[in-house]
Design a protein around this ligand. Structure first.
Ligand code: AMP
Ligand code: MG
Length: 395
């Protein structure tokens, strides 16, 4: 299953089950949420022409070489009187331009004469150092469309338009389920054959950061009855996100349970890490089963589950930021699956972590991004590769 096709199917499922409930939240609580209304400017920004400099405002045509008397002083936050013809106004950055003025000369180019007159030493043009009314936005303009993921910048913009609250999509409720008899939670002693559960923490932190309400569904032993029972308890969630037990092994109880009481698609994704992926529903609740190896969990969550969740919230463009950089490594043997290598940028080139095993999460802690190497491709250092920053995927 090519990644594009798996993603297209997941997005189609997301489009069919949108999370359309909204809530109104204060700006301070809206970070990481998805805007559920069109943000339309209720005013011009800036609301009036203002000065971009500390200096002198006047009518350009009044400057003929004869020094201009200063007729008023205008600070930011003041409402100026109309400019007296043939004079200039002392003005400071952000202060409204007085009616009748059409330019500002910065104070560095002004010579103050003894009698409170000012002479300008450089040529001046209409509009110089003036920020026109509405240069950023006009009243009625669409500034942010519904479906925009809100970060500090969008919230700053909403504040500049005077908005104290925004309508956002309700938080998705996501149950995180870790399957595997070998798993033990950190803080407990480790018995023979056991390992600590890392995926639960990885996913809970990540989902929380993405604005989800996480239901911690704990560790699920490799047992069919317990699997059925646990899935049945998770009725109130928008998504059950599980890890492990999807490799069509004998302990693939998640798949059996979904097949019995829901729907199941088992994909062998043509990517590495992250081959096996389960997708379906259990008694109507959508389920995505990610592979259990931590680096596989990371890559499949980043490339498939994250865009799926964002789309359910109404985000249209779910393609992560990516750009081309020269490879800082050779890739002599072409693979038959597309590789997502944990990489970082050094001197403008992507270098990769020496151990790319899907069990090694440390590779991702070291990395700044994922380098995509297409199937059937070999590479020599210096050739371009696609780099997808992790910072964006995690945010
Ligand atoms: P599975 O898909 O269940 O066969 O798991 C594949 C590999 O990932 C095995 O080595 C598991 O021990 C490991 N694994 C599965 N789940 C987790 C988890 N939650 N934390 C750490 N490793 C895991
Ligand atoms: Mg397992």
């Amino acid at each position: 299953m090519p990644l594009e096709r798996a993603l297209a199917q997941l997005l189609a499922m997301a489009d069919a089950t949108p999370i359309s409930e909204r809530e109104t939240v204060a700006l301070a609580a809206a970070h990481g949420r998805v805007l559920a209304e069109d943000l339309v400017a209720g005013l011009d920004l800036p609301p009036w022409p203002n000065s971009a400099m500390d200096g002198y405002a006047f009518r350009c045509a009044d400057w003929t070489g004869t020094p201009l008397p200063v007729s008023q002083r205008i600070f930011a936050g003041q409402a100026p009187a109309p400019l007296q013809p043939g004079t200039c106004a002392r003005i400071f950055t952000g202060a409204p331009l007085p009616a009748g003025a059409d330019c500002v000369e910065m104070q560095e180019n002004a010579e103050i004469l003894g009698d409170e007159r000012v002479r300008f030493v450089e040529p001046i043009t209409v509009g110089q150092n003036v920020r026109p009314q509405g240069q950023e936005t006009r009243v009625g303009e669409l500034v942010l469309a519904a479906g925009t993921l809100l970060s500090a910048i969008e919230l700053g913009l909403a504040a500049s338009l005077g908005r104290a609250e925004l309508q956002v999509a309700r938080r998705p409720r996501v149950a995180v389920l870790s399957t595997g008899d070998e798993l033990v939670e950190p803080g407990q002693p480790l018995g023979p054959g056991q390992i600590y559960n890392s995926n639960r923490q990885l996913l809970i932190s990540w989902l929380t950061r993405l604005g989800c309400d996480v239901v911690d569904a704990g560790i699920l032993p490799d047992d069919l009855d317990r699997t059925r029972a646990r899935l049945g308890e998770l009725r109130e969630v928008d998504l059950i996100l599980s890890t492990g037990g999807v490799s069509v092994g004998e302990a693939d109880f998640l798949g059996i349970a979904l097949r019995e009481e829901g729907e199941l698609a088992l994909w062998k994704l043509a990517i590495k890490p992250g081959k096996p992926l389960t997708c379906g529903q259990f008694r109507g609740v959508p389920v995505i089963g990610l592979p259990g190896n931590p680096a596989s969990t990371l890559v499949t969550f980043a490339l498939l589950a994250r865009p799926y969740l964002l789309r359910r919230l109404g985000v249209q463009d779910v393609t992560p930021l990516q750009f081309s950089v020269p490879a800082g490594f050779d890739w002599p043997r072409a693979g038959n699956r597309r590789e997502y290598l944990r990489a970082r940028l050094e001197n403008g080139r992507a270098v990769i972590y020496p151990n790319q095993s899907s069990g090694v999460l440390r590779s991702a802690a070291w990395a700044q991004g994922l380098v995509e190497v297409r199937e059937e491709r070999t590479l020599q250092a210096g050739e371009p590769v696609v780099f997808i920053p992790l910072s964006e995927l995690l945010g």
